[in-house]
Design a protein around this ligand. Structure first.
Ligand SMILES: Cc1cc2nc3c(=O)[nH]c(=O)nc-3n(C[C@H](O)[C@H](O)[C@H](O)COP(=O)(O)OP(=O)(O)OC[C@H]3O[C@@H](n4cnc5c(N)ncnc54)[C@H](O)[C@@H]3O)c2cc1C
Ligand SMILES: C[S@@+](CC[C@H](N)C(=O)[O-])C[C@H]1O[C@@H](n2cnc3c(N)ncnc32)[C@H](O)[C@@H]1O
Length: 668
């Protein structure tokens, strides 16, 4: 039996056209792929008329089956720029089981010089893709591309979106029968906004009947070029309310169209959230109690891009992987690399023991592109590091170190963001449908219809979020001036601790975990602990830095508080009223299988983004996109089970269900 390749396997015809050797079919019409796309997908979804009639600020969502070379996407994006209002936003969701390698993508898109202005933007962000969900922000945020990498029969059921127009592509039904299934048409119907349209190049009867059975009114029309017929249609049915998990249903957008948001906290989570909203056209005010942004956990000099994955594809691991790929795209977009900002110098995750090595080997066995991660032995690791290391590990070539304040500053530069420093919000109060951040005197610092709490562990100060199990854990980083031999270090090394190549001729070594202190005064003891971590990371590097290891009490250091949750996942999403939640869903305390049909009581327009633990650099960028998607009722950039795994209400739900368990075992 033929096994599936992780990537598209292509051959190229004499005239440079890609052909799938796996499916035995062409990616697009040999006559003119461009004109076929325009005829089949753009024209027969009525996109010209619909886009020209959009009101200012509207969003429009296209769903596609089979991203392939991205030709359909680029044609749609090009037309969108010509017709849609300047502040309208296009969200393009496409599924792809066998993504093209970046090299093949480059070669295929070179066929269309007319599309180069758009293709070059896509290619700048397109690297060899991993399985899972991939978020791209293009055209300064005006266009979002969400790629669902995997079989669409697995990925579409996990999608939370409302699609306005479908591009039903994919190789011909005879060549790819596994895709053209009733299950696909049912997912398309579930994900369609009322009146959504569909167009496809094929006119096969099974496809027409399948789409009709799912609720689309279908008709045959003239196909492109020599093709006699194709199909197009419109969704007739209305979406059904899904009561399977009302506590996770969307709060919906606010009736008032005002797009102003208030963000409490200017660390990585606050800045990434502000940026995601600002590039969607929101006016954002960020409130910060210190004199500068990023003055607490996000104020470290060098943080590392640590992509810790599990071979078991847990929600945490899938969250980290999706976040990491988006984080790299954002960094390349907004922050030029440099001696003070960031460096994509690669990260070596060295194994700490046999069990850890087994985990690494299991990961390396999965179909990750070499450019994403690969296993290295101690010799290869030493060659990459530029200094001897004793252990094998995993190498992440695209990762590196970042100066978090530089990233925060770059994001805050967006003209739609206003930063109010030296202002501490002590309460959040809703008046006249606006959230007011109140200071110690009860005066309103600023107000907006939407507020996002990004205050790390201090998020619990607000009574609306006081029930959330957020905890502060202190950590310290030690600074060591570089020496001639330590300047040889070329990649980040990490195991129990980590060290980066020098930034402005200084290395930073991290990090301690202290559960007994919540102050930010550096301690000699933690410096000693960090030096011990360095000894284990690389004796050669420890030796190289020996002259700098004077008295641990006088070493430069910085301590701050991480914010964690009991399941090590952040809390990203809308805030429910805790007491009402417990009352609405009390029945779950008796029987967890019950499905009460009560919508959750959300605080209108109130959200939280906190609990990023030890990996905020990796997780904050996508968390901003996720919050913006919740707020704007946009497609979520993560599979539903992962979005629910980071949903702030999960702890209320678990408490109710645990209550049931403890009662069940209570002998009284
Ligand atoms: C020692 C150490 C090492 C780390 N190393 C790494 C690493 O290598 N890689 C990595 O990815 N992550 C690392 N982290 C974790 C990372 O720094 C955090 O996950 C991230 O900074 C969290 O960002 P945040 O915005 O949620 O929180 P913070 O950066 O703490 O920001 C919260 C902000 O809210 C403000 N604020 C709070 N309450 C109020 C209020 N009421 N009114 C106004 N303002 C308020 C605070 O002043 C602060 O600026 C490390 C953390 C520590 C402590
Ligand atoms: C004809 S090509 C699509 C062309 C593409 N729309 C473009 O603009 O270049 C069909 C694509 O569908 C993908 N595909 C086929 N079966 C799939 C499935 N079950 N799930 C997701 N993608 C699939 C193929 O890998 C291929 O890239």
């Amino acid at each position: 039996m033929k096994t599936s390749p992780p990537f598209a396997e292509l051959s190229w015809s004499d005239d440079g056209q890609p052909f799938s050797t796996y499916f035995g079919d062409v990616y697009f019409s040999r006559e003119s792929g461009l004109e076929e796309t325009r005829h089949v997908f753009l024209q027969h979804n009525d996109l010209d008329q619909r886009w020209a009639a959009l009101p200012p600020g509207a969003t429009f969502c296209i769903g596609e089956t089979g991203f392939g070379t991205g030709l359909n996407f680029l044609c749609a994006w090009q037309r969108w720029e010509q017709l849609a209002p300047a502040d309208a936003r296009l969200h393009f969701i496409s599924s792809e089981k066998y993504p093209l390698s970046s090299e093949d993508m480059r070669r295929a898109l070179a066929l269309w010089p007319e599309l180069q202005p758009w293709a070059s933007q896509l290619l700048a962000q397109y690297s060899d893709l991993t399985a899972g969900w991939q978020q791209f922000s293009l055209a300064a945020g005006r266009v979002t591309l969400t790629l669902l990498v995997g079989d669409l029969l697995d990925t579409l059921p996990q999608l939370d979106a409302q699609v306005d127009a479908w591009f039903l592509d994919g190789f011909a039904p005879a060549k790819n029968p596994d895709m053209w299934q009733p299950a696909l048409y049912q997912q398309m119907a579930r994900l369609s906004r009322p009146g959504a349209t569909v167009a496809t190049f094929t006119s096969v009867g099974d496809v027409r009947r399948g789409l009709q059975a799912a609720g689309f009114d279908m008709r045959k029309v003239k196909g492109y070029g020599r093709k006699r017929e194709m199909l197009c249609g419109r969704m007739q049915g209305l979406p059904e309310t899904d009561w399977s998990a009302p506590w996770y249903q969307r709060p919906g957008t606010l009736p008032d169209g005002e797009r102003r948001a208030l963000i409490i906290g200017s660390g990585l989570s606050g800045c990434c959230t502000a940026f995601a909203l600002a590039r969607r056209g929101w006016q954002v005010t960020v409130i910060e109690r210190h004199a500068t942004a990023a003055a607490e956990a996000s104020g470290n000099t060098q943080g590392i891009l640590y992509c810790k994955l599990s071979p078991h594809q847990t929600p945490l691991s899938r969250f980290v992987q999706a976040s990491y790929t988006y984080c790299l795209r954002l960094l390349h977009e907004v922050l030029p690399q440099g001696d003070s900002t960031w460096a994509a110098c690669g990260v070596l995750q060295l194994s700490t023991d046999d069990k850890e090595r087994q985990r690494q080997l299991a990961l390396a066995d999965q179909d990750y592109p070499h450019s994403f991660l690969h296993s290295v032995d101690a010799e290869q690791a030493s060659a990459l590091a530029g200094l001897a290391v004793q252990r094998p590990g995993l190498f992440f070539p695209g990762a590196g170190w970042v100066n978090p304040p530089s990233l925060c500053q770059a994001l805050l530069q967006h003209p739609n963001i206003r930063l109010l420093t030296n202002n501490e919000a002590l309460q959040l109060q809703q008046r006249d449908q606006h959230w007011h951040a109140l200071d110690a005197q009860g005066h309103s610092i600023a107000n907006a219809t939407v507020a996002v709490i990004c205050s790390a562990a201090d998020s619990r100060r607000f009574h609306q979020s006081s029930h959330l199990p957020l905890k502060a854990i202190r950590g310290q980083i030690t600074e060591l001036p570089a020496t001639a031999p330590s300047r040889q270090l070329r990649t980040v090394l990490c195991a129990e601790g980590y060290i980066s190549p020098a930034r402005q001729d200084r290395h930073h070594l991290g990090a301690s975990f202290r559960f007994d202190r919540l102050d930010s005064e550096p301690s000699a003891e933690e410096n000693l602990g960090n030096l011990a971590l360095l000894d284990k990371l690389s004796p050669a590097l420890a030796e190289a830095l020996q002259p700098q290891r004077q008295d641990p009490a006088t070493l430069a250091a910085r301590a701050a508080l991480r914010c964690t949750s009991p399941d090590y996942l952040p809390l990203i999403g809308p805030l429910a009223e805790a007491q009402a939640f417990n009352e609405d869903y009390a029945v779950l305390g008796k029987d967890a299988s019950k499905q009460p049909a009560t919508p959750a009581h959300w605080y209108p327009g109130l959200y939280i983004n906190a609990g990023h633990g030890s990996r905020g650099l990796v997780s904050c960028p996508l968390s901003g996109e996720l919050i913006a998607a919740w707020i704007g009722d946009e497609p979520l950039p993560l599979p539903l089970d992962v979005a629910q795994a980071v949903h702030p209400s999960r702890f209320l739900l678990r408490q109710l269900i645990r209550g049931q368990n403890s009662k069940a075992t209570d002998p009284s």
